[in-house]
Design a protein around this ligand. Structure first.
Ligand SMILES: Nc1ncnc2c1ncn2[C@@H]1O[C@H](COP(=O)(O)OP(=O)(O)OP(=O)(O)O)[C@@H](O)[C@H]1O
Length: 241
């Protein structure tokens, strides 16, 4: 691991200490340690099948950590489960089956929230990023285009004004203008104090918004650092190997 990630920080927003998790008899995440600092965008990259999605699922409690600890603002949340993470301000935009296709945009957004009042406030926030939502609230999510569905997924995760936002491969299949819109939305969220951990394959997009980065290989952090002029070349080298 690089010097940058070993440098002590006051209190990490999210800290993983020797986390191991997996499926059945197979360990996918192996003794992994990582710190995400308050208010940063942290880009997590790696080749297919290296464990990035598995790591996000472990962080949000959908998959139990078999060993190690997960700390949120210094508090141990390892065995607390998904609900406790949501209550502590964590939002997750997953890669798989993320929307209720037969429900309207409004109902998909409402499900993330405790009340209609919260929905009204949340909508005001996300309309700024994704204005098309304002005229389409009654439309079924399944009838939106692929790009619109991705924007809805991000909007839903932002509705709660999360302290920590976890995003899994949002850019896949999106046209450049939509990616730019999402990049702008994520930068705005960071400016408002949200910490973001984003798994991405689209390097220009994610390295353009991130503060620090890591590459995963076979369930471990293979390399990491602060974003700098050599980052893209360094990451590409890992993805080629
Ligand atoms: N539910 C599951 N049961 C068994 N094995 C799984 C399950 N989900 C994922 N795996 C395996 O875990 C490994 C890591 O998968 P994961 O989806 O975490 O990788 P990833 O880095 O996110 O890959 P990608 O970039 O392709 O999305 C893969 O070998 C995958 O086959």
């Amino acid at each position: 691991m690089s010097e940058v990630l070993e440098t002590p920080v006051t209190t990490a927003k999210l800290a993983l200490e020797g986390v191991t998790s997996g499926y059945g008899h197979v360990e996918i995440i192996k003794d992994l340690s990582l710190e995400v600092r308050p208010g940063e965008i942290f880009a997590l990259m790696g080749k297919n099948g290296m464990g990035k999605t598995t790591l996000l699922k472990t962080i949000v409690g959908l998959l139990p950590a078999r060993r190690g600890r997960i700390l949120l603002d210094g508090a141990d949340v390892t065995k607390r489960g998904p609900k406790a993470l949501v209550d502590r301000g964590v939002a997750y935009a997953p890669q798989e089956q993320p929307l209720f296709q037969d429900l309207s945009i409004r109902d998909n957004l409402r499900l993330a929230l405790p009340s209609d009042k919260a929905l009204a406030a949340g909508l005001e926030r996300v309309y700024g990023h994704f204005p098309f939502l304002a005229d389409r609230l009654a439309q079924k999510a399944g009838t939106l285009s692929g790009g619109e569905q991705k924007m809805l997924i991000i909007a839903r995760a932002m509705m709660t004004e999360p302290d920590l936002l976890l995003i899994d491969e949002i850019s896949e299949g999106l046209q450049p203008t939509v990616i730019e819109r999402i990049a702008a939305a994520l930068k705005d969220e960071r400016a408002n104090g949200t910490t973001i951990l984003i798994v991405e394959q689209h390097l220009a997009f994610v390295l353009g918004i991130a503060d620090r980065w890591a590459v995963m290989k076979l369930g471990q952090i293979d390399d990491a650092g602060a974003i700098g002029p050599d980052t893209e070349a360094r990451v590409l080298e890992h993805l080629r190997l």
